[in-house]
Ligand binder design. Structure first.
Ligand SMILES: [Zn+2]
Length: 368
């Protein structure tokens, strides 16, 4: 829409005022019709563009054309008009910005009645929780926690634990060997530790007696995975060596530990067994914590559940650390070890060991 700026009939203050008044009502009317940035720019340019804007036309048609005596009076009225038009353009811009931010507020409106984003709670893995529970029982009895590498030498995993080379007892631990070790002497060859017991030797090499350690850790066997076997599993092992340690200390310690883990009503019993690094050796059974000893499916109707192996440290094992003060004529000790997954399975009624390693949140979420 192109305005034609009204021509002045004469340059008297009255006719200039009348023309100014007309333009001011036009500017007001137009500014109220602005609907967005584009129409505001159009509005601004129509009135204020240097070239051919309405104010420029007013300047040319009124001020420049005014006869000398009227110039001063017309000039002040034109300036007044200019100021008011500029104010109207600024005000229109402010109204536009304000209404745009109201639009943004509308789109950013927060509905506090919508359900929130719930962060799932983390929790200890049931295997780790069980392992920590076992470790804490022994820490409370004054044991310190020790650990060692998962890749071990043949010497520490077998030989120093009284499994001589070619001894049939080695066959009971299906071992995963590190490849390319054939050129080394057998005792230096590397393997994935089959039990946490090499940490016993490492601890006795590092610390003279007395010693009381509990050793949690991951171990490996070349077992085919099924509901009760896994090539990876975890053990907690313990060792106590001092003067005058007897089998009754071993029985008392483990009886206390089983009561601490499974409740004060469980009973323990010890059966003769064999491990190369202990003599004598025993398997420990506890009364079934499901049926209390009456007999149920969990305990295969026997009322007892076998949970761990133990024994008095074989004097042959002390020979390997004799130089550090482990003289079997002066000190004695006991060792024990248990499978963490097996205990967790019994404790929580889990029937498949693979569930511990699959990372299935539906399984793990039950332990939160
Ligand atoms: Zn039972």
């Amino acid at each position: 829409m192109a305005y034609s700026v009204p021509k002045l009939e004469d340059y008297s203050p009255a006719s200039v005022d009348k023309a100014v008044h007309e333009l001011l009502s036009a500017v007001k009317e137009e500014s109220l019709a602005i609907s967005g940035e584009a129409s505001w720019k159009e509005f601004r340019d129509r009135w204020m563009a240097r070239k051919n804007g309405i104010l420029t036309q007013v300047n040319d048609l009124w001020l420049k054309a005014a006869p000398g005596p009227a110039k001063r009076d017309v000039g002040s009225r034109v300036n007044q008009l200019k100021t008011e038009v500029e104010q109207a353009v600024d005000a229109a811009q402010q109204r536009m910005t304000a209404s745009a931010s109201i639009g943004r507020l509308d789109s950013e409106h927060l509905d506090v009645t919508l359900p929130g984003i719930r962060r799932p709670l983390g929790a200890e893995h049931p295997m780790l929780r069980t392992m920590n529970e076992i470790v804490n029982v022994f820490r409370a009895m004054g044991y310190s926690v020790a650990d060692g590498p998962e890749i071990e030498t043949d010497y520490l995993n077998f030989e120093a634990l009284n499994f001589p080379p070619n001894h049939p007892a080695r066959d009971t631990q299906d071992t995963i060997f590190v490849a390319g070790q054939e050129k080394k002497p057998q005792r230096d060859r590397l393997l994935l530790r089959t039990h946490t017991s090499p940490v016993q030797i490492r601890a006795m090499q590092a610390t003279p007696p007395p010693i009381r350690i509990v050793v949690p850790g991951k171990v490996h066997r070349a077992d085919t995975a099924d509901a009760t076997h896994s090539p990876i599993f975890h053990q907690v092992e313990g060792l106590a060596v001092d003067t005058n340690i007897t089998f009754s200390d071993l029985k008392g310690t483990l009886d206390h530990a089983m009561k601490a883990l499974f409740g004060s009503s469980v009973k323990t019993r010890f059966y003769p067994s064999f491990f190369p690094f202990t003599e004598p050796s025993a398997d420990v059974q506890v009364t079934c914590f499901k049926c209390g000893g009456k007999g149920c499916r969990l305990c295969k109707m026997s009322g007892w559940i076998e949970l761990l192996g133990c024994g008095m440290v074989d004097p042959n094992v002390f020979k390997f650390v004799e130089s550090n003060g482990y003289d079997s004529r002066k000190v004695s000790g006991f060792a024990f070890g248990m499978g963490v997954e097996r205990i967790a399975m019994l404790k929580y009624g889990i029937d498949d060991i693979q569930l511990f390693f699959q990372g299935d949140v539906r399984f793990l979420g039950q332990f939160v």
